[in-house]
Design a binder for this molecule. Structure first.
Ligand SMILES: [Zn+2]
Length: 445
């Protein structure tokens, strides 16, 4: 990512500053950072003018890039009837075909789609580590490097969440099972082998490493404790899939004597650098543990709807102290605004009441995820922050009619806009080329 050293000015018709939609905002950008913000001003000579409403660009906290290949190919009319578990078999078929070069090509298109939709950073929850027969590549980080290179191609930052995966699952008697043939390429010999690869990654400036444990199904409590200690030692974030399905909770209780959140808490995983992905089927105790520890949740509501997972208790989590962030996970759609609507509409449908989250709270979820990915200096239009912006048009068929009312403009962005209404994206001070905003995905299948 090239950065001009000369300061430049961007004038926004409307912009989200803190928790307010402000009119006439002048932003100075220098060395990829916001250096000065002025409100209530007109456009200066030479300033880049952005009509519509500009927001801090979004963080996509949970992604498996290769799942994008299943879009259009796993629905009713094809082979789509089924459950999360039948979908998982289709997903394993795609995973079996990936190699570093094809994964780079596929992921570059997926990350370009994200950037065009307004995401400036992605958390790639990466577990396709080895060859399909389970033997390591000569360069142990070959697949991780393919993903990091793809993010560079697309112009987005990436947190490569190198994921520990040890077991096939937990059986009905509560015992860990051996990996299946198709899980072999995900599996490390143990937490120490995983930690060695994690410590060996050397990435360019747009990328950083994070840690992940796949789930309590795939990682036993002793290995989770090692992973948590390694993440703390390296000062990197730690993510885990948590309670996406009721069956996962049943097996956790049978094998571990508690819920996945309880098992993760006992292993020392929770805290302000921890993100629970999904957090769909939680007990009151789980919610208290996540909130009390200052953990993040990565809500993936379009995926959770697509897979029939359920509706997560996002309002209760937020009230308990959890920071709610978003992820597009399986990439059934890649649209940060669709995630916000799905969070709010899921809660409204379940509660039969309106306004569960305020529109400003929803817009905050777009960018709060940068901290969950370890980019603590991103996610706000504020002096000193990384210069990430997404501008949403207010004159399209979907967004027109908000007028000069800041509340209506916030609602237009949070509850009516789509990725197609995004007109400009700036990442670390660099404007995304407009050609990339219309990039079609040439996905290998
Ligand atoms: Zn996932």
């Amino acid at each position: 990512v090239s950065r001009s050293s000369a300061p430049r000015l961007v004038w926004c018709q409307w912009a989200l500053i803190g928790d307010r939609i402000e009119r006439g905002v002048e932003i100075e950008i220098r060395h990829g950072r916001f250096t000065r913000i002025a409100r209530g001003v007109g456009p200066a000579a030479g300033a880049t003018v952005r009509h519509g409403v500009s927001l801090p660009a979004a963080a996509n906290v949970h992604s498996h890039a290769f799942h994008r290949a299943l879009r259009h190919h796993s629905q009713v009319g094809g082979s789509g009837r089924g459950t999360f578990w039948t979908w998982r078999e289709q997903m394993y078929d795609v995973a079996a075909r990936l190699e570093p070069d094809t994964y780079h090509e596929l992921a570059a298109d997926v990350f370009a789609e994200m950037a065009a939709a307004g995401y400036s950073a992605v958390g790639e929850f990466h577990y396709v580590h080895h060859r399909s027969d389970g033997t390591p590549y000569p360069e142990p980080g070959a697949m991780a490097d393919a993903l990091v290179g793809a993010a560079a191609d697309a112009g987005v930052r990436i947190t490569l969440l190198d994921t520990l995966y040890v077991h096939g699952g937990i059986d009905e008697h509560g015992r860990y099972t051996l990996p299946s043939a198709r899980q072999r390429r995900f599996v490390d010999a143990g937490a120490d082998a995983w930690a060695e690869r994690l410590r060996g990654h050397r990435f360019a400036a747009h990328a950083r490493v994070g840690a992940a444990v796949h789930s309590v199904r795939a990682v036993d409590p002793q290995a989770i404790a090692v992973a948590a200690a390694v993440a703390a030692d390296l000062g990197v974030v730690l993510h885990a899939h948590v309670s996406e399905q009721p069956a996962e909770n049943d097996r956790s209780r049978a094998g571990l004597g508690g819920t996945p959140v309880e098992a993760l808490a006992a292993a020392g995983a929770l805290g302000p650098r921890f993100t629970a992905v999904h957090a769909t089927h939680l007990t009151d105790h789980d919610i208290a543990l996540l909130g009390g520890s200052g953990s993040f949740v990565a809500a993936c509501p379009t995926t959770e709807a697509d897979l029939g997972d359920g509706i997560g208790p996002f309002r209760r989590l937020a009230d308990a102290g959890v920071t709610i962030t978003i992820g597009s996970d399986s990439h059934a759609v890649i649209d940060p605004f669709a995630e916000l609507r799905a969070i709010e509409w899921g809660e409204r449908t379940r509660r039969r009441e309106r306004g569960v989250f305020t529109t400003i709270e929803l817009l905050g979820m777009l960018a709060d995820g940068h901290r969950a990915l370890g980019w603590d200096d991103a996610g706000a239009i504020a002096s000193g922050s990384r210069a990430d912006l997404v501008t949403v048009a207010l004159d399209t068929a979907r967004t027109s009619g908000a007028g000069d009312d800041p509340d209506a403009i916030a609602a237009a962005a949070a509850l009516s806009a789509t990725a197609a209404d995004v007109t400009h994206v700036t990442i670390d001070g660099t404007d995304l080329p407009s050609a990339r905003l219309t990039s079609g995905a040439s996905i290998v299948r």
